[in-house]
Ligand binder design. Structure first.
Ligand code: XIL
Length: 342
């Protein structure tokens, strides 16, 4: 018992909160799959792969399953990096989440300049989804089929190459139908961000999900990215998750990170932000845990260690992850363990 209660200062004193020295792995205490994003390149870092293997039971390729990686300038596809991630997941008994088939933000030239004398746009679109989802059929637990379909302010849907060529609603519905054709068993998710910040965006997201279901499109789950800042108002995350669950579909906390530097409240000290960061991690886990077990898809962190976070590119002073640069648990990791244990 004494050992279990022993605390050790974790990292530099400035970090503030002490973290139990013998914190159990997240995946050992969570009653749901715990995920992290990863790049194939980073799998060669032994410290990271050891931390991933210890802490998580699911991987999401951070960018190498997106069109930006898969589609080459001549229109051919490459799968070396995502295959390496899939092999790592398999070797370590982890689930794999496909991310992402259709994203307004990625419209490769090969599609924009398609020679329709050779192949129609709709066939090229379907062919892409069939090729990618087909390749990982049986290997993935699910796909973020369409990413970020709702307009920034929640006023309707995104305009994109896909919407322009195939129709605002139709290209989305077609993506789900085609992904199902390629993989009969994968969960097919709709994934978006800022849903906890903008109730209007959340309402449009839910309306889109309902319309997809009403049209017979095989949507089976909702992903809420949750790139949030440490000063988000307490209660907003819980409210959002409860509302998303109202359709009865499983919910995926799909890309959680808690930025210190994106916080708007400049009155909060760095130490206070760190304290709030841990509380935000806990609120997210508790909110998912409060759903019926059948509605908890998974809980995914967008970067386990600070040094791997995409937010570092935006601001090197950020420290958004639950583990520090050296992979030591921060207060956020301890808060997650506590929340998962209930
Ligand atoms: C980000 C990755 O983290 C970066 O490495 C990449 O360059 C750009 O995309 N929403 C998403 C993720 O769905 O795919 C994004 O990931 C973060 C925002």
């Amino acid at each position: 018992m004494a050992g279990a209660l022993a605390v050790a200062a974790c990292g530099p004193k400035a970090q503030g909160q002490p973290v139990p020295a013998d914190l159990p792995p997240l995946k050992a205490v969570a009653p749901v799959r715990v995920g992290a994003c990863v790049q194939a390149l980073h799998l060669g870092d032994p410290a990271l792969s050891a931390l991933l293997t210890r802490e998580v039971s699911q991987l999401t390729p951070e960018w190498e399953m997106k069109m930006e990686y898969v589609v080459q300038p001549d229109g051919s596809f490459r799968f070396d990096a995502p295959d390496r991630i899939a092999a790592f997941a398999r070797a370590h008994g982890m689930a794999l989440l496909g991310h992402t088939l259709v994203w307004y933000a990625q419209a490769p030239d090969a599609f924009a300049r398609l020679d329709e004398g050779r192949i129609s746009f709709v066939d090229a679109y379907r062919n892409y989804i069939l090729a990618v989802a087909g390749r990982y059929r049986g290997q993935v637990v699910g796909w973020d089929v369409v990413n970020e379909a709702v307009a920034e302010d929640g006023d309707g849907w995104r305009d994109s190459l896909w919407s322009q060529r195939l129709g605002a609603f139709e290209h989305i519905a077609l993506a789900y139908r085609t992904a199902r054709e390629a993989d009969p068993h994968a969960a097919l998710l709709l994934n978006d961000y800022n849903l906890e910040y903008y109730p209007r965006k959340r309402a449009t997201f839910l309306k889109l999900a309902e319309r997809l279901l009403a049209s017979g499109a095989p949507l089976t789950g909702l992903g809420t990215q949750m790139h949030v800042a440490a000063d988000i108002a307490p209660g907003e995350i819980g409210r959002s998750i409860r509302e998303l669950a109202s359709l009865g579909l499983p919910v995926h906390v799909s890309e959680l990170d808690v930025s210190l530097t994106r916080s708007q409240n400049k009155l909060l000290s760095r130490d206070e932000l760190r304290r709030r960061q841990a509380a935000v991690y806990a609120e997210a886990a508790e909110a998912l845990m409060d759903l019926p077990a059948s509605q908890r898809f998974a809980f995914t962190l967008w970067g386990l260690r600070d040094q791997d976070s995409w937010l570092k590119k935006e601001n090197a002073a950020d420290a958004p992850a639950p583990f520090d640069d050296a992979g030591r648990p921060k207060a956020g990791a301890a808060a997650l363990v506590e929340a998962f244990r209930g």
